[in-house]
Design a protein around this ligand. Structure first.
Ligand code: BMA
Length: 338
């Protein structure tokens, strides 16, 4: 096998990090919450009223999750957290009976609303649900839009040739042993003309196989980010090891006008659990962002991520570095891609 040379190289032969951790991580923990909770993690993020707004997944001591918002002027410190849950599972939506998890927020100009796409934990497995809000106070729940098992979903902010597009991850791979992985859990894309009935289902990114960091199971992290070079995708890959799974992050780039076309995909992970707050917790070795904020004025991209399913952390990069890196990566047909 030819020698593989990293595209993430510093001059001293260490790996170059595209996202730099905030030195005072974690930024939010259960101790900051105005009411008793087990953990806070996997937040989505957006800018609302000139503040950074996080919709955090909050888990109680039954093991059920709901969402609570936290807002901050600088997106780093002085978070103001709602005194009570902002969005809870509702008995009117039986698919939410074991809680709601991992929200992804997209501003939809056409609807003058934010779409919150989240995982509903139904008795038949995880499903994808949609709610709309104008103020992050009241929410219009639209119910389940994909049957189980399905999760890790987010909407694009606008239609393409009249169709809405949703990225999601149907099918959970059993990662118990190499023989049992089945067909793999891939990232899919589906289309709809009304946000309710979905079709044109197609695989967007395939989980790789074998030794790859993203073998057998991948899923979208944050909603797609529009850039001059196309839609930037941050996704997680789940590597099964003898001591459990490792959740790491990679990048892909989709065509700006036709997001069903993958232009580039990173062959290395760009971020993974390294610090003790990412390695130890309720689920060890997990970094799991559900939101990122691109500050156009400074060019920075802030990812907000759950660390070890136990706390909320922040890391910052620049859009230009992310794009420079992903544009140096192979196209989807390159042998090195799988
Ligand atoms: C995934 C999701 C995430 C979680 C991760 C690690 O399947 O359930 O919410 O952070 O597993 O436990």
């Amino acid at each position: 096998m030819p020698f593989f040379e990293t595209r993430l190289k510093n001059s001293d032969n260490t790996y170059r990090e595209l996202f730099v951790r905030y030195p005072n991580n974690p930024i939010l923990t259960a101790k900051d919450w105005p009411y008793a909770v087990n953990t806070v993690f996997n937040p989505s993020a957006t800018i609302f009223n000139n503040q950074t707004l996080l919709l955090a997944r909050v888990e109680d001591r039954r093991g059920f999750s709901h969402f609570t918002k936290a807002v901050s002027d600088d997106g780093v410190t002085n978070w103001k957290i709602d005194k009570f849950p902002t969005l809870e599972p509702s008995p009117d939506f039986p698919e939410e009976s074991w809680g709601i998890e991992d929200p992804r927020i997209t501003w939809i100009d056409e609807l003058e609303s934010w779409a919150v796409v989240y995982t509903s934990y139904s008795r038949s497995g995880p499903t994808v649900s949609l709610a709309l809000t104008k103020d992050f106070v009241s929410f219009e729940k639209m119910g389940s839009i994909m049957p189980p098992e399905d999760k890790d979903a987010a909407l694009f902010p606008r239609r393409f040739q009249g169709k809405w597009m949703l990225i999601h991850r149907p099918i959970g791979a059993k990662l118990t042993s190499e023989e049992e992985v089945g067909p793999g859990a891939h990232i899919w894309l589906s289309c709809s003309s009304d946000l309710k009935y979905w079709g044109d289902h197609q695989i967007l990114l395939k989980a790789r196989r074998g030794a790859w960091w993203d073998a057998n199971k991948i899923g979208l992290c944050c909603p797609p980010l529009e850039t001059p070079d196309g839609w930037l995708i941050l996704y997680h890959g789940v590597r099964q090891t003898a001591s459990g799974c490792i959740y790491r992050l990679g990048l892909a780039l989709l065509d700006g006008e036709d997001p069903t076309k993958v232009l580039r995909r990173s062959d290395e992970w760009i971020f993974g659990p390294e610090e003790s707050y990412e390695r130890e917790g309720d689920v060890r070795d997990v970094v799991f962002p559900c939101g990122w904020v691109h500050d156009k004025a400074s060019g920075t991209v802030r990812i907000y991520y759950g660390a070890a399913d136990s706390r909320i952390c922040l890391a910052t990069g620049t859009l230009s570095d992310l794009l420079e890196y992903i544009k140096s990566c192979p196209g989807p047909s390159a042998a090195s891609t799988y």
